[in-house]
Design a binder for this molecule. Sequence first.
Ligand SMILES: NC(=O)c1ccc[n+]([C@@H]2O[C@H](COP(=O)([O-])OP(=O)(O)OC[C@H]3O[C@@H](n4cnc5c(N)ncnc54)[C@H](OP(=O)(O)O)[C@@H]3O)[C@@H](O)[C@H]2O)c1
Length: 344
Amino acid sequence: MTEQTTRTLRWGVLGATSYIAGHLMPAIAATPGCALTAVASRPHRRAQAEAAARPFGATAHADYAALVADPGIDAVYIALPNTDHVEWTVRALEAGKHVLVEKPMAMDEEGCARVEQAARAASRTVMEAFMYRFHPQQRRAAEILASGEIGELRVVRASFAFAIGTGSGNIRLEPSLGGGATWDVGPYAIDAPMLFFGQAPQEVSARFSSRPGLTVDTSAVATMDFGDGRAAVVDYSIDYGPRAAYELQGTHGTLSVRNAWAMSGEDGHLTVLTADGVREETVPAADHYQEQVAAFARAVRDGGSTAVTLTDSRRAARVGAALAASAASQGRPVTTADSPKTPR
Ligand SMILES: NC(=O)c1ccc[n+]([C@@H]2O[C@H](COP(=O)([O-])OP(=O)(O)OC[C@H]3O[C@@H](n4cnc5c(N)ncnc54)[C@H](OP(=O)(O)O)[C@@H]3O)[C@@H](O)[C@H]2O)c1
């Protein structure tokens, strides 16, 4: 048994805003076998890091580099602006830490390749934080699909949208920080079809629109062609909403998940529609952030594979970049197929 299989996984968190303090930090602190040990903000926000660390008895470091260098930290959670994900993930891996990084891991496949190389060289675990995959309703949806009740999967319809204001300071509206709907809500909506079809699409096509006065994309409609007549229709937005639903259209019926990505403590509701009628299922509330932290910690301890694989992350980055390329050329189809060498 290695040391890591027995002792508490000590977490450090980069960034100290309300989302992190309200969701991930409590999830880490509440997960058996995990401890929230340190938080870091940029130097001018040290006071915020201290305030976020205090309720958990964690230490506030002077900056991100100091936290990553701390020998008392085993794992780092990264929820920085999208443009910083690859750099800080690689730096943490090179310092010997395991890393849970927010979506998108990278905004191109090359960034994922850099992460993969660093993880392999350091023999450390890295995973992109697609938290919704860890909610029990997700497992239930997969079970229903596998049971054959709705037949063979033909179409996935995924839609994730919420409206945000145009006030200054939101990283989602800032092009230099990787803002825009495609890299914010988009990754979830495009992950669901890839999860259920178990592969990358062969080709995608997208149309983006931008709120007047903004240069980032704020709404998008896209199609994803999985071959053999199988497809996904996806829309996502930071202009309208709220909506966070997907539907699996099979040859014999439809499975709808009412709230896939915006869960905050409520029950999950699944609806199955077939020729036999309508059937509703309720899945009891669960904290998908905590389930995600627990699954990541298990992968670290067991040295096993993560539920969200690096192949998943490469696909997500490739497809996100392809949607942007398609939108930039008025919806031209862009090839996104897995290479024959892509492992599962
Ligand atoms: N899984 C989910 O449910 C979920 C939900 C929301 C966001 N996210 C992801 O988490 C990441 C951060 O999103 P957020 O909503 O938490 O953003 P946010 O509230 O603006 O926080 C951004 C964080 O990045 C740090 N930062 C570093 N450089 C920055 C800069 N130039 N401008 C602003 N902040 C900077 C800030 O940390 P300090 O100021 O403390 O240094 C802050 O903690 C994104 O990748 C997003 O996709 C995931």
